[in-house]
Design a protein around this ligand. Structure first.
Ligand SMILES: *Cc1c(COP(=O)(O)O)cnc(C)c1O
Length: 340
């Protein structure tokens, strides 16, 4: 099987398992787990924040971030297809009493600055209090340009909004910006935000975990929400050690995933009835022009040992457990389907 459904499907490498096995452990609810503390301190320092907090999932990380930035009756501005709006069960509204103000995304994944500005509500009892701008990078596999981040950040600060980045795939963006020094690129991206959430369970290849970064006060607040949300883990160093190993060893190699995504897109180019979007990172989107034809594709691929997803659009994601031979098999299977 070649599993292109998501970069979450990776299994820990032997070296990562070694790191987990060797990790010194303690009770993280008491703040006593040295491996958790080391990961939090190291990531905060690398990304230019005062503090960080290990989280079981990216969803909980974003939720605790939103609940720390916003009070009941506040509002966050967010993209229509952003994870923090569409893919988190409405948690900010359901659990946080925070109103989303979703905006249409541009083809490059950005929100128009004019749209953001037009949706900041006046201080009036009719309106929710617009408090937060939330962006995502990468978004749908696309990298938000650095000058866009600077402009959006400037607008938010000018209008008194705090800024959160859902950086589930921050390091994919960083590698796309500067493959030679992705850690510096990640830090530059983060410089435009008050808080950032990073997933280790995606392309970085750890089994579990995200880390939320921000100011010391912000992290103190997020820590309280994390406990309330049931995210206080005990000997979590076992998991933090995997994430730390990924931070040290799996960032630069994301460039290989990006190259495989390009290989896949190039291999699928020119198939009649299939429109391929050129990938910027590790996600290839494809649109099948004929709906009936689209319905049969995923079952056909599965029979040929290729897994993909297709909720809104057909999606193929490359990752640590995919190689060039696997990608070539996926190309051949898709081509056979459209030939038949
Ligand atoms: C995966 C993902 C998350 C968090 O997902 P979890 O499965 O809860 O860890 C958040 N934002 C984006 C953009 C993601 O892709």
């Amino acid at each position: 099987m070649i599993d292109l459904r998501s970069d979450t499907v990776t299994r820990p490498t032997p070296a990562m398992r070694e790191a987990m096995w060797a990790a010194p452990l303690g009770d993280d609810v008491f703040g006593d787990d040295p491996s958790v503390n080391a990961l939090q301190e190291d990531l905060a320092a690398r990304l230019g924040f005062e503090a960080a907090l290990f989280m079981p999932t990216g969803t909980q990380s974003n939720l605790c971030a939103l609940m720390s930035h916003c009070q009941r009756g506040d509002e966050y501005i967010v993209g229509q297809m952003a994870h923090t709006f569409r893919w988190e069960g409405g948690g900010a509204a359901v659990l946080g009493s925070i109103q989303p103000q979703p905006l249409a995304q541009q083809p490059d994944g950005s929100l128009l600055l004019a749209d953001i500005e037009a949706n900041i509500k006046p201080d009036d009892a009719h309106f929710a209090r617009t408090r937060l701008l939330t962006l995502e990078n990468t978004i749908g596999g696309k990298v938000l340009p650095m000058d866009y981040l600077a402009a959006a950040s400037e607008l938010a600060q000018r209008r008194g909004l705090v800024r959160h980045l859902d950086g589930a795939r921050l390091f994919n963006a960083a590698v796309a910006v500067d493959a030679a020094d992705p850690y510096a690129a990640a830090r530059r991206i983060c410089s435009h935000f008050d808080s950032v959430s990073v997933c280790f369970s995606k392309g970085l290849g750890a089994p579990v975990g995200s880390v939320l970064c921000g100011s010391r006060d912000f992290i103190k607040s997020a820590h309280r929400w994390r406990k309330m949300a049931g995210g206080g883990l005990r000997q979590a160093g076992l998991l933090a050690a995997a994430a730390h190993h990924a931070l040290d060893h799996h960032v630069r190699r994301l460039a290989e995933d990006h190259a495989l995504a390009r290989r896949l897109a190039e291999g699928l180019a020119g198939v009649p009835g299939l429109a391929i979007e050129a990938p910027q990172t590790n996600i290839v989107f494809a649109d099948v022009s004929d709906a009936d034809r689209a319905a049969g594709l995923l079952p056909f691929l599965k029979e040929r040992g290729v897994l993909a997803t297709g909720l809104y659009r057909l999606r193929f994601v490359t990752h640590l457990d995919v190689d060039a031979a696997g990608v070539d098999r996926a190309i051949a299977a898709v081509r056979d389907y459209f030939k038949a």
